[in-house]
Design a protein around this ligand. Structure first.
Ligand code: SF4
Length: 105
């Protein structure tokens, strides 16, 4: 990626993100991110990432989204992968922090 100011990147991204495949899918997106955060195994984490990545795969804003996530220090699902503070994480990466207790039904 060529050097670009954050302001230019953000302006460019917001224009392109209006046509994003995830536009209007905020609720579903939050659910996938919550599933990823709750994941206690790499398989569970990867499943949440893959669900979101299926939407990202042919998104017209994919390149802008990836260019935006890093300088914005984004944490969450974007551009078909998981980011933590702007850093891409491998597919089975587990978010740090406490996980909810598993209860038997
Ligand atoms: S690449 Fe994925 S997260 Fe980024 S704008 Fe497109 S659908 Fe949304």
């Amino acid at each position: 990626m060529r050097p670009m100011s954050r302001v230019v990147l953000a302006r460019q991204a917001s224009w392109q993100l209006a046509d994003a495949n995830c536009a209007g899918a905020a609720g579903q997106w939050a659910q996938w991110e919550a599933e990823h955060h709750r994941a206690s195994t790499s398989l569970q984490a990867a499943a949440a990432v893959r669900a979101a990545a299926a939407l990202c795969r042919d998104c017209p804003a994919l390149a802008a989204c990836a260019d935006w996530a890093e300088p914005e220090q984004y944490t969450g699902l974007a551009a078909g992968t998981m980011y933590e503070n702007g850093r891409r994480r491998p597919e089975g990466w587990l978010a740090p922090g406490p996980k909810p207790a598993v209860t038997a039904n």
